[in-house]
Design a protein around this ligand. Sequence first.
Ligand code: GDP
Length: 455
Amino acid sequence: MFNTNDTIVAIATPQGRGGLGVVRLSGPDSVAVAHQLLNSPEPLQARRATFGRVVESVNDGLLRAVDDVVVTWFAAPHSYTGDDVVEISGHGSPVLLEHIVRLSICAGARMAEPGEFTLRAYLNGKLDLVQAEAVGDLINAVTPAQARVAMDQLTGTVTSAIRAADLTLLDLIAKCEASLDFPDEGFHFIQASTLGRTLAGIVADLDRLLSTAGQGRLIREGLVVAIAGRPNVGKSSLFNALLGRNRAIVTPVAGTTRDLLTEHIDLGGVPCLLVDTAGVRVAPEAIEQEGVARASEARRSADLVLLVLDGSVPITDIERQLLAETTGPRVICVNKSDRPPAWSSRDEAWTDEAVSTSVVSGRGLGELRDRLARTIGLDPAWRESATLSNVRHIGLVQVARDALVRAERALSSGATEEMLLVDLHEARGHLESVSGRRTVDDVLRHIFANFCIGK
Ligand code: GDP
């Protein structure tokens, strides 16, 4: 079981410097701890920001100023966690904020574990588990689409879709159980045909929800895109162009990129880890040989390969080999179209796949982005509501759906209510695990351990 009777403290703002930084306290002694820190005769008032000075006592009761702060008390239960929460907003210096945390610990608070504020919000019924997980996703979002899916989940669209299925199921279970209570009379509180129709309705609703999972996972988890090709075709130039800044070194010297370079980009809403790799050739020395080996591994493990060819020089055997090897999802880019072409992609079997680009003139780069986004598979008609994106939710909804399909089959082969109830209860258990109404402590620990401290 989790202890929620003590008072926890942590820095709630990101590491590093900023105009402001916030130390957050949650628990029954939050206000008392804040009063000990502050050199202020005025007591804090709920929901009122109070200007004050954090002080520490040095020798002989002398008080030394630590920081000027604004303190806000959110009285239980009207706070993020449901406990008394005090937010101390000071200057955004890690040294100062850590000092305030230390003083809070001396005054009786305990350092919070990762995600412990959100865990308390969940344990106090302020959020269900789907919403608590959405908080983590929202903080970690790197693309606007990711933030929208997470915010949608936080406002409860996934919860309500699952709750609706759960309530219908509860009603079915109640009626089947009531029928069992009157075995002698042979009275049925629900007709088999109504039961079958209702079950089919719930399965259809869960299928609709599951049909959003592919897009949801794509948006939440993103993809790895590896840029491949032989040296000097323009891989690093394309990497920089897609990134929108000069991250990779570009030179006319072959073999400049030796290690893998990675950066996050947003391709049509999908967060992609773009990997620039060493050019594929028989490398003259050990460092480049290692780079070529890593490039090969990156191509194999990527979700999508962007294969770059140079249209201004004849195609080589190594390129033909790369074309043959990249059998998974790929986009072929024939670069340097600003120069006279040395060959025509029309003569090749993969011609329909190729996008012609010039990093120098910028021609074709928009089309390349569109092609990458299309190949990644984000549906432009994707609706931004009740999208399942978290693999835990997807798995549980899937097994709940499977149990209901089993119940449907059993019903059509004449099973009794008693037999049906096994599957109906199983389905309900899975649906309740999504929202956290039935979730074991280990699962909770795992979920919240992935949060950052202070959240
Ligand atoms: P990489 O070795 O495949 O990563 O290739 P780089 O991006 O380092 O580019 C190699 C050379 O080709 C550099 O001198 C670039 O300026 C040049 N280059 C890259 N793209 C183009 C292009 O579209 N047109 C022309 N003319 N030169 C390019």
